[in-house]
Design a protein. Structure first.
Length: 160
């Protein structure tokens, strides 16, 4: 039986964020409220589209819905996934009717952080990354980028 005290303690711990590793040095957090689904797919499930920017990996048919799959690290101009990979870790984000599948190196799980721990990304990251961030969190010598899913979904690079 869950007590009121236990529920109260969960709220104190912080808000839930999907913890993703986009390359060996970079870890990001996505608000769970905007995360629709997390899955691992075989690369063969993607339909490659010709003449697309290099961060588009292809189209994914998931539960009778089509999603663009984007290499998040490449979109953010940080690095790139291994293109010869046999499978991809995917986080599907959504807002209203917009949805996008983000391919990342690894899904690490769910982490909880209090909003008061979020710091400004200014002077911490490259300037071209700032429009896509809500902030940063430093936790036990690990820097997490708090990604803004709305900014990703509305990225000018995606509307070309």
């Amino acid at each position: 039986m869950v007590t009121t005290q236990a529920l109260s303690n969960q709220r104190i711990i912080g808000d839930p964020y999907l913890h993703l590793q986009i390359n060996s040095q970079t870890q990001i957090l996505l608000p769970m409220t905007m995360t629709k689904e997390v899955l691992i797919i075989a690369s063969s499930r993607l339909t490659i589209m010709p003449n697309m920017p290099p961060f588009f990996l292809g189209l994914l048919n998931q539960r009778s819905r089509i999603f663009w799959v984007v290499d998040l690290a490449k979109l953010l101009n940080i690095s790139s996934l291994k293109l010869d990979s046999q499978q991809y870790s995917i986080a599907i984000i959504h807002s209203g009717k917009k949805a996008l599948a983000l391919a990342v190196e690894k899904v690490m799980g769910v982490s909880r952080f209090s909003k008061d721990r979020i710091e400004s990304p200014l002077n911490t990251v490259k300037p071209d990354l700032i429009p896509y961030l809500q902030g940063c969190i430093l936790d036990e010598k690990q820097l997490f980028f708090m990604v803004d899913p709305e900014a990703i979904l509305n990225a000018p690079l995606l509307s070309r």
